[in-house]
Design a protein around this ligand. Structure first.
Ligand code: PMV
Length: 359
């Protein structure tokens, strides 16, 4: 008979924050200076697909990982190493309880991961990448349901902070927590996608070049130099976390849009307040801000609500959120003002849960 193959494939989607995470209080455990909240996007458009395999014949003590076909170094004490170690610890605990299980925790693992979109272009590739890594190891080691998604999010967080939010679909909060150990710094579901399926995301790829200042270096500099960030942490984010959670629960798009845009602008203001300053948005990003503000002004003048909300991460690309009924008009206006652009990708937010085993 053929030997059993221990292998699992999972995919995880990108999430785009509406209350931004920017700043670490512990750089090694990746503990944030503030809570954050995001929307997980549809897996059809932006996702990482990851296969993990454990094999007794792999040379011992050498896990390996390939990202988009190129091997990455798994450095001692690095984030990837920590993710592998934490997952093996959970597997070991399971094996200790059940002696009949194969000792996968002692075997080396080979991982292969692919993104179907540009890596490190401000499209949250690290979020889907680390979420897919953790999901595939959890599947390989058969950890769920005993280990919850929130518990897995605590490990994904140590790969890339924002990754903890991609362990859930829908509307997701990362509770920053207060413990020095990071035990209470994890993701929780605010509402499933099915609660508000009318919300759509539109990704405007302004540039797919690698971003200038990586988020880790950028955050470090902002934490060290920006007085505005301290104001944001203490006086801005706590109220917004509550207000946007309420807006989501009530499906109140006007409130959701107002808070989303304000928080994106506050985050980029903190970047500008950093010494030396960090510029993620460019002239095209700012033109899209003006366009959305104008669309909203015109719509509100007619007594209707806002048309759309914009938000920008550590890059120049815009993500627009809008009710389904507005998407065609928004696309028409964007095409009118950017006639050469290739903004034809409407990303609907319709999946049941995330991450999921790949077909
Ligand atoms: O998880 P990181 O290190 O890629 O940081 C992500 C930071 C932002 O995307 C700018 C904001 C967020 O909350 O996702």
């Amino acid at each position: 008979s053929s030997p059993t193959i221990y292998q699992a494939t999972c995919s995880a989607p990108v999430n785009i924050a509406v209350i931004k995470y920017w700043g670490k209080r512990d750089t090694s455990l990746i503990l944030p200076t503030n809570d954050s909240l995001s929307v997980t996007l549809d897996q059809d458009h932006l996702r990482s697909v990851t296969t993990a395999r454990a094999d007794a014949s792999f040379p011992a003590g050498k896990d390996r990982l390939w990202l988009n076909g190129e091997e990455e170094t798994i450095q001692d004490g690095g984030r990837l190493r920590r993710c592998f170690d934490e997952m093996k610890k959970l597997r070991k605990a399971k094996e200790d309880k059940d002696a009949s299980l194969p000792k996968l925790s002692e075997w080396s693992v080979h991982v292969c991961s692919e993104n179907n979109f540009p890596t490190a272009a401000g499209l949250a590739s690290s979020a889907s990448g680390f979420a897919a890594l953790i999901a595939s190891l959890a599947a390989l080691y058969e950890l769920q349901p005993e280990v919850s998604s929130s518990e897995l999010s605590r490990i994904a967080r140590q790969g890339s902070g924002s990754a903890c939010r991609s362990l859930f679909g829908g509307y997701v909060a990362w509770q920053g927590g207060s413990e020095a150990s990071g035990s209470d710094s994890l993701a929780v579901e605010v509402a499933p996608q099915s609660h508000w399926p009318d919300l759509q995301a539109l990704i405007c790829v302004v540039s797919d070049a690698k971003k200038g200042t990586p988020s880790t270096a950028g955050m470090q500099r902002t934490v060290a130099t920006s007085p505005l960030l301290q104001h944001r942490i203490q006086h801005v984010v706590p109220g917004r976390m509550k207000a946007i959670s309420d807006a989501i629960r009530q499906r109140d798009f006007d409130a959701f849009a107002e808070i989303t845009m304000a928080d994106s602008n506050n985050f980029h203001a903190c970047c500008l307040d950093t010494a030396p300053p960090i510029f993620y948005m460019n002239d095209v990003s700012r033109a899209i801000v003006q366009l959305v503000e104008e669309l909203n002004r015109a719509s509100e003048a007619e007594g209707k609500g806002k048309m759309a909300a914009y938000t920008y991460d550590a890059g120049s690309n815009a993500v627009l959120y809008a009710p389904k009924a507005n998407v065609a008009q928004i696309l028409a206006v964007v095409r009118h003002y950017f006639p050469n652009a290739d903004f034809d990708d409407t990303v609907s937010l319709s999946w049941p849960s995330a991450p999921s085993p790949a077909p």
